[in-house]
Ligand binder design. Structure first.
Ligand code: ADP
Length: 238
């Protein structure tokens, strides 16, 4: 299997994520300081898990890291690129090229096959249809679903649906895979397959950040950070 490369023009030595005193306060009223200014570096190839109770700021953190929300203070460098100076269109393009998202509830189109779900993710990246299909097949093979490429999501197990969603996240060959409770809707057998796949992708060099409530999932990361009341802390292994 070939390693999904980082985007061609990414500076190879820059961390994938670098926060310099990045924080976010929702304006309100009243203002909510949801994510307190912090420094964070996630290097290429790291597998980081993010834990914290409900309301602690995990989604706010994911939205910032995923370029869905802009911090209200500090500087966020993604692959060495200062995201704070980008115009909206450039931010969207950067997000589409460099970040793959995996959500708890899969977000697959119900009436499209696994192959179409994956290939449609590339429509806005300027690939030709033939190339999209070839890359979608390759991504589905990577997650072990090559033989099920033609299946509708309703014909797939929860674990298989999540693997389709992972294939969709990988197909543009991003630098960073951002996963929000990726096993939250799965039974333990399916959760095990999905976690095993994330571990394989990590072994192949992908940078992965997983938000989770589940201590077992958190323990699978090479490094864990916790968020409490908007404060991010490195968690030191016991
Ligand atoms: P988590 O993902 O850990 O459950 P969130 O990041 O969703 O936490 O929320 C962190 C804090 O920010 C909470 O107090 C929440 O109520 C608040 N919050 C989240 N989104 C908004 C918003 N759009 N406007 C104002 N406050 C918000």
């Amino acid at each position: 299997m070939t390693r999904p490369p980082a985007s061609a023009d990414a500076p190879v030595d820059a961390p994938v994520i670098e926060f310099r005193q990045v924080g976010l306060t929702y304006p309100g009223p009243p203002p909510v300081a949801a994510f307190q200014p912090c420094d964070l570096r996630v290097g290429r190839g790291e597998f980081v898990t993010v834990v914290g109770p409900s309301g602690s700021g995990k989604s706010t953190f994911l939205n910032i890291a995923g370029l869905l929300d802009s911090p209200t203070t500090g500087t966020y460098l993604l692959d060495g690129i200062d995201t704070g100076v980008l115009k909206d269109g450039d931010r969207t393009a950067l997000r589409g090229r460099r970040i793959g998202f995996v959500f708890q509830s899969f977000h697959l189109l119900a009436h499209r096959s696994a192959l179409e779900n994956v290939s449609l993710a590339m429509v806005y990246n300027g690939f030709r249809r033939r190339d999209r299909t070839a890359r979608a097949r390759e991504a589905l093979e990577r997650v072990g679903l090559g033989p099920r490429a033609g299946a509708l999501p309703t014909r797939l197990s929860g674990g298989e649906r999540q693997r389709v969603a992972i294939a969709r996240a990988l197909v543009a060959r991003p630098s960073l895979l951002l996963c929000d409770e990726p096993t939250g809707n799965l039974d333990s057998a399916n959760a095990g397959t999905v976690l095993g796949l994330l571990e394989e992708l990590h072994t192949d060099g992908m940078t992965i950040l997983v938000i989770t409530h589940d201590a077992e999932v958190a323990a699978r990361g090479g490094r864990t950070v916790s968020i409490r009341d908007g404060h991010l802390h490195e968690q030191v292994a016991a």
